[in-house]
Design a protein around this ligand. Structure first.
Ligand code: NAD
Length: 311
């Protein structure tokens, strides 16, 4: 019987734990805080910023947003980062990309204090992640691991035994999801492979994915993973978020009141077709995304403790 993992419940559980820890820190006169850095007014980045602000409010964190105009210079943005580095009310700094083209991502990221780099963007923290000495596991891959660990525990399996020697295949090799997810898995002694668009182009994707006990998919391609790419009894974690048109039985787009095609959010896995072949699967929406921001907040709590000599 397939288990559809309730990631929303995991997110809520994590939030309760975060609120409890925050209250304990506040009792000591310490308040964790997150600063976002949004340059200009990119729609997606601003939506993400709003979510971070909401979660900070819920948890009782300090929250500030630095929002220079889109034509700001790189040097000015770096000055803002330096100011945030020196601000004791800011435990963690989250740069929200994309940046305008005159600003190099790496110049900004490299100027963040490594002890405030709560999404593990800085090469120092990425290096530590690769070496298995993780301070801040990046939020999205950390959410994947948290979901798997909680699933294992619920199934009565020690998470350590769950990962050791498990065949884990990651689809996607980006620096923010695919590669760090693979590092977190191999750090837990899973036998880990990374596949990507070039694996697909050579026609080799199924060869890898059908060997996976745990398949982690982060490609950003709706319906990339059908049942033919999944081993029977696998655990499938779908990180992908895609907006697609809603189609009727004839495959025609369904229109909304304004005569525009209706859209919906789906993952990279063809959920309905794949679900019954799996032992466990995460849905989209209501999947990994429900846990990601909470992992960021856990990292901010850790950064706050480090800054206050509590870790
Ligand atoms: P990205 O575009 O940086 O990387 C996509 C990766 O998928 C690349 O490594 C590419 O090689 C691979 N890929 C693309 N087409 C492929 C194919 N046909 N076969 C195999 N591999 C293929 O994207 P990203 O930032 O890593 O994000 C991946 C997905 O995860 C996106 O849908 C994104 O929206 C989603 N995401 C979700 C969360 C969350 O919290 N749930 C957080 C971040 C990203």
């Amino acid at each position: 019987m397939t288990k559809v993992i309730d990631c929303v419940a995991i997110g809520e559980e994590l939030m309760k734990e975060i609120v409890k820890e925050t209250e304990a820190l506040k009792a000591k006169g310490i308040t964790p805080g997150i600063a976002t850095l949004l340059v200009g007014d990119d729609f997606g980045a601003n939506m993400y910023r709003g979510q971070v602000e909401k979660f900070c409010e819920e948890a009782g964190f300090n929250y500030i947003n630095e929002n220079p105009a889109a034509d700001v210079s790189e040097a000015e943005v770096i000055e803002i980062v330096k100011k945030l580095n020196a601000n004791p009310t800011v435990s963690g700094i989250l740069p929200l990309r994309p940046f305008p083209e005159q600003i190099s991502d790496s110049a900004v990221i490299n100027s963040i204090d490594v002890n405030k780099d709560i999404d593990c963007f800085h090469p120092f923290n990425m290096g530590k992640l690769a070496m298995g000495e993780v301070t801040f596991p990046p939020a999205t891959p950390a959410a994947v691991i948290e979901i798997l660990e909680r699933y294992a525990t619920e199934e009565g399996i020690d998470p350590k035994d769950f990962f050791e020697g498990a065949e884990i295949v990651v689809v996607g090799h980006s620096n923010i999801v695919g590669k760090p997810a693979a590092y977190l898995a191999v750090n837990r002694n899973a036998t880990t492979s990374i596949t990507h668009v070039f694996t697909s182009m050579k026609g080799n994707l199924a060869k890898h994915t059908t060997g996976a006990d745990i398949l982690i998919v982060a490609a950003g391609k709706a319906d990339l993973i059908g049942p033919d790419l999944v081993k029977a009894g696998a655990i499938v974690i779908d990180v992908g978020i895609n907006r697609v048109k809603v189609l009727d039985e004839k495959g025609e787009p369904v229109l909304n009141d304004k005569g525009k095609p209706k859209t919906k959010t789906v993952g990279d896995v063809s959920f309905d077709a794949v679900k019954d072949k799996t032992k466990a699967i995460t849905p989209v929406p209501g999947g990994v995304g429900s846990v990601t921001n909470r992992m960021l907040m856990k990292n901010a709590l850790k950064a706050c403790k480090i800054a206050n000599g509590l870790l």
